[in-house]
Ligand binder design. Structure first.
Ligand SMILES: [Zn+2]
Length: 1010
């Protein structure tokens, strides 16, 4: 027979778009609207309902950026609509090419309770059944004029990203505020046709596809375009057969979970996220009432805590929905944090505070970690997840890799310590699924474990102000539950999916080491003050806990539980994956830097009070040490009278000549040229030169840095092609400090910026320390500082949480080549057998390494990433005064690098008091380091001590509590007991013997005799 497939497809598309969809709401009348504009910060809904409202005409521009407009919507349902379903329809002036990231609204009843949100692709409000006699309608709509910052002309610098610089121009104009009849059968017909249209597009030429095409033709033959409501049931009848054909038995199974990825801050301020969460939760609770199979999952305890505090009425509904088992708290973290940069203790607290909140509020505990969107995943995570009690890990982000395709979707991920966690990356490659035919087919086609496993996860719904899952999506899920030619779709808790996946994959593939994201590499550097605030506050809080616990047990100091919890939660919030990476708008980073100052103040006050309680009142000078290494003769966690300490015997000699400066102590000799470059750095013990012949270290290099996309996120490989060496010098002088430290001061100016470096060498130290202040006024530049080492390192060793990882220095494979900018914590070490050198820092996370070939052979050039100047989303990123502290460790191995890094990050403190004091806790054993000393979160007064193995090998030693101990036990990272023999900890006079495997983290609990 003759057959013309394009004719059928064209017919269905046109009729669906132009006739059927408009007929879902065939009749409408305008509502009567009043409004009240609030250009500044939002006010409480209860207050807004009582505002003065004045007449408003639909189409009138509303909302300057970041303002809130309250609309009152009133109307009467015509008596002729009796028996019909009625809805209000609101189009705030949405940009429908974007699913979120723009204006939004939340609808309230006159009594202040919420109804649901209004979003670009979710514009309806239910109206009580008019047949029940409720004919007059009154709603209030809180509309937020969040500007589009990433739309049609992405990545353009904009002043709209801060309320202080945004314009007062009104940016939206409403299009529609109506009462309308809703025709459910027409809505269902539209979904029938949409699902079939999308399915046939994925099918091969064959009987199934042809029958669908014929059925759609038949359906349209049965539809009277002038009487769509009346004939929609007939049209649907023609589709029943093709929609009831059952899926193939072997088809891919999709476990869907309703979702809305809400970034805790990004292209909007933190305060707006509170409202985004309230809006989305209101709609999702409403959706749970509409579709009884639907399940909705939401991560981030912080987001629940926000609505608990700010929108208790929404929170009550969420709490009920959680209790019903259909609103699923996911992930068990305080926020969906970055996982590359936070410290080990920070990640532990993300889990601790996240799970604690879920447990206390809902009586549930998340079984897995849900992180669809962070920018790479630390290889320390598998152990931390396991020790926090998680059984699975979910992300999607690695599908964004620029170069290499990740080889697995369901697999075991093995971390630095050998811990493995079952992980899943949805093959659909999105966390904003709309369950389109194309998406579900892609999931089936791409799924890598199809030989053994049957399914994958789909996170279904619009994020970031898109409002979550729509009724169109749940309608599609119903049709795709069991449909021939399509993967099956069913709403399912991710826990159920993971249980099945684990059972199916008896021998899952294994991925070892970091999950490096081959994109967004500049997030290790952008917004330096944010990164500095993170590093310093997470360290200060660990110190505040150490001194508070010591003082509480030794001197009856009141342990400030609530203050410490609140400060930690602020730091954890700011580790969110668009804040710490430096990829939010100016407003966010401005507030975040101020919050770091507040946290610093709070932590310093706790430290000062606890230390004062420990040393008493007097005028003896006492030095206290919180670093996990003895320093200046003071043990970890102790205070010692300076007079009692052995005096430093070493001295530094500093000489000046026409060639430059030579600084020397008993360990090292460093030569600094008149250009301010380090031309030689000799380790006395080995006699080795650290700097490559013919090169110089401390060379500042500035690159042009305009990535193709994602300015604050990305640095593209070609940035290396354009470089300026900053050799110009304004001044260089030599000085000697009172304690004998030699100091070379270098001042430079370049382009529009100036810079000062103090290079110091202290007696008895092998670290040449560099304190740098930069007055940075550059555009789209990347500042690095290079250290070309005369070391043939096959790999560099970079610190991560509770250990380190090794990355090859070669670029033999595309996987290595893609890692042209990588992460570290406090140190990076380049080592060859017998000799190494390290760079340590107190607030830098990014670096790069190249193997250079010189006359002397292969050498290793390590460069720290100091500053960038992207212009989107914050056009003023990193402008102004910036400070850095880093150091060259001359002659280093893992142990010395670890120690130097830890010491640089923990300031020695000196104060006056009556007496020094012994540590509360001490640790013995090579490589075993104290990570945390605190009182238990349950406020029992028990002591919690966390240690880890830092050298990457097995270690044995003891953890000693120097107070009478009643009992000791091993606990989880959440401070829960461990059942069975693993939970036992025999102690002898407060000492617990421990044997740790490489990088093992062990947490102990001590109940003290009081
Ligand atoms: Zn995100």
């Amino acid at each position: 027979m003759h057959d013309d497939i394009p004719l059928t497809l064209g017919r269905v598309k046109r009729v669906l778009e132009e006739r059927i969809r408009p007929a879902i709401h065939p009749v409408s009348i305008p509502l009567v609207i009043d409004w009240h504009e609030l250009p500044g910060e939002p006010i409480a809904p209860a207050d807004a309902l009582g505002l003065e409202y004045t007449d408003y005409q639909v189409g009138t521009p509303w909302g300057a950026a970041w303002g809130t407009t309250w609309f009152r919507l009133r109307g009467t349902v015509p008596s002729s609509w009796a028996g019909k379903r009625v809805e209000a329809l609101v189009d705030l002036g949405f940009d429908q090419t974007l699913t979120g990231f723009q204006c939004e609204g939340l609808v309230y009843r006159g009594n202040g309770t919420t109804v649901k949100a209004i979003n670009p692709r979710n514009q309806w409000i239910p109206v009580a059944d008019p047949a029940a006699g409720e004919e007059s309608v009154e709603y209030f709509l809180e509309a937020a004029a969040n500007p589009v910052l990433l739309g049609h002309h992405p990545f353009q610098p904009t002043a709209e990203g801060d309320i202080r610089t945004s314009s007062s121009r009104k940016i939206y104009a409403t299009r529609r505020m109506d009462l309308a009849i809703f025709e459910p059968e027409v809505h269902e017909l539209a979904l029938d046709l949409e699902v079939l249209l999308e399915l046939q597009a994925e099918l091969p030429q064959g009987p199934r596809r042809m029958r669908i095409l014929q059925a759609m033709d038949n359906a349209l033959d049965g539809l009277d375009l002038q009487h769509i409501t009346e004939t929609a049931p007939d049209a649907r009848t023609e589709l029943v057969e093709v929609l009831s054909r059952r899926a193939d038995e072997s088809t891919h199974r999709i476990s869907a979970v309703g979702h809305s990825h809400i970034d805790s801050a990004w292209l909007w301020p933190l305060r707006e996220t509170i409202r985004k969460v309230a809006r989305t939760c209101s709609s999702m609770v409403e959706m749970l009432g509409i579709d009884e199979d639907f399940l909705y999952g939401m991560s981030s305890a912080q987001q629940y805590a926000w609505i608990k505090e700010h929108r208790p009425e929404v929170y009550d509904k969420v709490k009920q929905a959680v209790a019903s088992g259909r609103f699923l708290p996911l992930g068990g973290m305080w926020v969906e944090s970055d996982t590359v940069m936070p410290s080990g203790e920070s990640l532990v607290r993300q889990f601790h505070y996240g799970q604690k909140f879920f447990r206390e509020e809902f009586g549930v505990r998340s079984a897995g970690v849900w992180l669809p969107d962070s920018f790479g995943y630390s290889p320390a995570l598998p152990q931390l997840m396991r020790r926090a009690g998680f059984g699975w890990f979910f992300t999607q982000k690695i599908s964004w890799n620029q170069q290499n395709t990740f080889p697995h979707h369901s697999f075991l991920w093995e971390g630095i310590d050998g811990s493995r966690v079952f992980s899943h990356f949805p093959p659909m490659d999105t966390y904003n699924s709309q369950l389109s035919g194309e998406e579900v087919a892609r999931a089936a086609r791409q799924f890598r474990e199809s030989r053994h496993a049957t399914g994958s996860i789909a996170a279904v719904g619009w994020g970031d102000g898109g409002g979550g899952t729509t009724r169109e999506m749940t309608g599609k899920a119903r049709r795709l539950a069991d449909l021939e030619g399509s993967p099956t779709v069913r709403w399912e808790h991710p826990d159920a999916f993971f249980a099945r996946a684990k059972a199916e994959l008896e021998n899952p593939p294994v991925w070892v080491g970091e999950l490096y994201l081959e994109l967004h590499r500049a997030t290790l550097t952008s917004q330096h003050r944010t990164k500095q605030g993170n590093r310093r506050t997470e360290q200060l809080l660990v110190e505040a806990e150490l001194w508070s616990a010591t003082a509480a047990i030794s001197s009856g100091f009141a342990y400030p539980y609530a203050e410490i919890d609140a400060l930690w939660k602020q730091v954890l919030l700011q580790q969110f994956h668009d804040i710490l990476p430096g990829t939010s708008i100016a407003w966010v980073h401005r507030e975040v830097v101020a919050e770091y100052a507040r946290v610093t103040q709070g932590a310093e006050a706790i430290i000062a009070a606890a230390q004062a309680a420990l040393v008493g009142t007097g005028d003896t000078t006492i030095t206290l040490n919180a670093a996990p290494f003895t320093r200046s003769g003071v043990r970890t966690g102790a205070g010692a009278a300076v007079a009692d300490l052995a005096p430093v015997t070493d001295t530094v000699t500093a000489t000046e000549s026409p060639e430059g400066f030579v600084l020397s102590n008993e360990l090292v000799t460093v030569a600094i040229s008149r250009e301010g470059l380090i031309t030689s750095a000799i380790d006395h013990l080995s006699g080795r030169e650290t700097i490559s012949v013919g090169t110089a270290a401390n060379l500042l290099q500035m690159h042009q840095d305009l990535p193709n996309k994602w300015d604050a996120w990305d640095v593209d490989k070609y940035y290396r092609n354009q470089v300026t060496d900053l050799r110009g010098l304004d001044a260089i002088t030599l000085a000697t400090d009172a304690d004998g430290t030699a100091r070379v001061i270098i001042e430079r100016s370049f382009s529009a910026s100036t810079l000062r470096q103090d290079l110091t060498l202290a007696p008895g130290s092998r670290v040449l320390q560099i304190e740098q202040t930069t007055d940075w006024h550059e555009t789209e530049k990347f500042l690095k500082v290079a250290f070309p080492f005369d070391i043939r390192a096959e790999q560099v060793i970079a610190e991560t949480q509770f250990g380190f990882h090794k990355r090859p220095t070669h670029v033999n494979t595309s996987w290595e080549a893609a890692k042209f900018e990588t992460s570290m914590h406090r140190f990076v070490l380049a080592e060859e057998p017998g000799f190494g050198a390290a760079l340590v820092n107190d607030s830098i996370y990014g670096f790069d390494v190249t193997r250079d070939s010189t006359e002397a052979g292969v050498t290793t050039n390590v460069r720290l990433s100091l500053l960038r100047a992207p212009r989107f989303p914050d056009p003023e990123t990193d402008q102004g005064l910036q400070s850095h502290r880093y150091g060259l460790v001359i002659g280093a191995d893992i142990a010395t690098a670890t120690e130097a890094g830890a010491l640089m990050n923990s300031a020695e403190r000196t104060l006056t008091g009556a007496h020094g004091f012994e540590p509360l806790v001490s640790v013995e054993g090579t490589g075993i380091l104290l990570s945390s000393v605190k009182l238990a979160g349950d406020r029992s007064g028990d002591l919690v001590v966390r240690v880890y193995e830092s050298l990457g090998r097995r270690a044995a030693g003891t953890v000693n509590v120097h107070r009478p101990v009643e009992w000791a036990s091993v606990i989880t990272l959440l401070e829960d007991p461990i059942e069975g023999p693993g939970g036992m900890a025999e102690h002898t006079d407060g000492s617990v013997a421990i044997a740790l495997t490489a990088f093992e983290v062990r947490t102990l609990r001590f109940s003290l005799i009081r």
